[in-house]
Structure formats: C-alpha cells, structure tokens
Design a protein around this ligand. Structure first.
Ligand SMILES: C[S@@+](CC[C@H](N)C(=O)[O-])C[C@H]1O[C@@H](n2cnc3c(N)ncnc32)[C@H](O)[C@@H]1O
Length: 219
C-alpha cells in the first residue's frame, strides 16, 4: 500500500492506526462496542438478502462483522487502513466464517483495492468520515463511495455529532449533523433515517454520535 503522508504531510496514518491497535486491548478502545446495536437496527431496516455485498469501511476490530456473520450475511467486505486491526478482527471469528469476509487493507481516501464499480449493496462507516479533515480526502472518499454503491443500495454513516468530541484517537475530527452528511453525499442519496446516539466508552466517557441511513436513488 502507498504511504499516505502525501495527503497530509505531518501524519502517517498507517503507522498511527497500526500503533493504536498494537498497543490497545480491543475491548478497551474508545470506540469498542460490545453490541453494535444502532448499526444493526439500521441494517435491519434495509431488509437485505443475506448474500448482498456489505462493505464496512474503517472496520477496525468491530464486533459488527461477527454479528453480521451470526445473522447469516455471507458476502462481507471489511476494509481498514490498519493491517493490525484486520488481523485481530479475523482472529475473532471462526476460520470457516472468516472465509465469508474479504479482508482488505486499504486507505479509503486513496483506494487501490476496492475496484469493482456498482457492486456494493450497503456501505457502512462508523467513525471514519469524521477523520477526513482535508477537502481532497473527502472528495476521494465520496468518489469511491459513489463508484461502488449501486443504485438502490444503502449507506450508513455514523460520526461524532456537532455536540460531540473534537478529537478521536488523538486526531482532529470534523463534526456533523444529518443535514451536513446529506449535503456531503449529494442529491443521488435520500436520507431515510437519522438519530442521535450517545455511545458510552469502556472508560465511561460519553461520546455523542449521529447515525444516518441513506438510499441511493440514481447515478
Ligand atoms: C474510531 S475507529 C472505528 C472502527 C470501527 N468502525 C468501529 O466502529 O469499531 C476508526 C477506524 O478507521 C480506520 N481508518 C482511519 N482512517 C482510515 C482511512 N483513511 N482508510 C481506511 N480506514 C481508516 C482506523 O484504522 C480505525 O480502525
């Protein structure tokens, strides 16, 4: 994978995230969820068949993958900039089930490996978009999303809300409300649902998020 220091010269994101996941126990991470309930609730509303392609962007070591496998989804793509995270995520699931997931180390702001256009039925992003502070990072994320999500497909984005923290994992974040996410995606995407959600960290800290569900209506 390329080194992304060219996007924002002072931070090597690959190194940053590999370091975070190497040094922390998974269930102590400030975004660890025992149950990814808000995401699962939104996914249920999409009424998807079990064989559709679900892409989890910036998947980390999320419990969402094992929950989706438990529910019978069998065509999942988990992608993250950190190989350390994806290796740990893979260890959490049975070897047979791990084969139902494509584990792709990639930078969503400069994607080299997510190349099959129009194939994604559901794009799920919990707290990746908010790390993209530069216009070129956001543009690249959006063009990858638009290239991959099929018409009729769904997009779930959950990020720190306007009331939320200004940093995550020591990095600056951009705070959003549902209107801002809707404007970011553009008029090809209809906002179906949104809600605020206060996530409680393993340390007890409160982190206000906004969850959004969109459907792609046109190219
Ligand atoms: C706060 S964590 C959330 C992880 C996971 N989505 C969850 O809910 O547990 C953010 C994740 O985004 C990943 N990430 C950050 N920037 C990324 C990028 N440009 N491309 C792909 N993944 C990225 C990090 O490695 C990390 O796993």
């Amino acid at each position: 994978m390329k080194n992304y220091m060219n996007i924002k010269k002072d931070i090597d994101y690959v190194e940053h995230w590999n370091d975070v996941y190497s040094k922390s126990e998974t269930n102590k991470l400030g975004w660890y969820e025992e149950s990814p309930k808000p995401s699962l609730d939104l996914i249920k509303k999409c009424n998807l068949k079990k064989n559709v392609v679900i892409l989890d962007v910036g998947s980390g070591v999320t419990t969402l993958i094992e929950k989706l496998l438990e529910q019978g989804y069998n065509n999942i793509v988990a992608t993250d900039i950190s190989k350390v995270a994806l290796d740990k995520a893979k260890e959490r699931v049975k070897a047979e089930e791990a084969k139902l997931v494509k584990w792709i180390v990639d930078d969503i702001t400069n994607s080299e490996y997510l190349i099959q256009p129009g194939t994604i039925d559901l794009w799920h992003d919990r707290t990746v978009l908010h790390f993209l502070t530069e216009e070129n990072q956001k543009d690249s994320y959006l063009s990858t999303l638009k290239g991959l999500v099929k018409v009729g497909g769904f997009v779930i984005i959950a990020v720190f809300s306007l009331e939320g923290a200004k940093k995550c994992s020591r990095l600056d974040v951009v705070n959003y409300n549902h209107t801002m996410i809707s404007e970011f995606l553009g008029d090809e995407f209809d906002l179906l649902e949104h809600f605020p959600y206060v996530y409680i960290q393993p340390s007890g800290g409160e982190r206000p998020y906004v969850y959004t569900l969109f459907r792609r209506m046109k190219y």
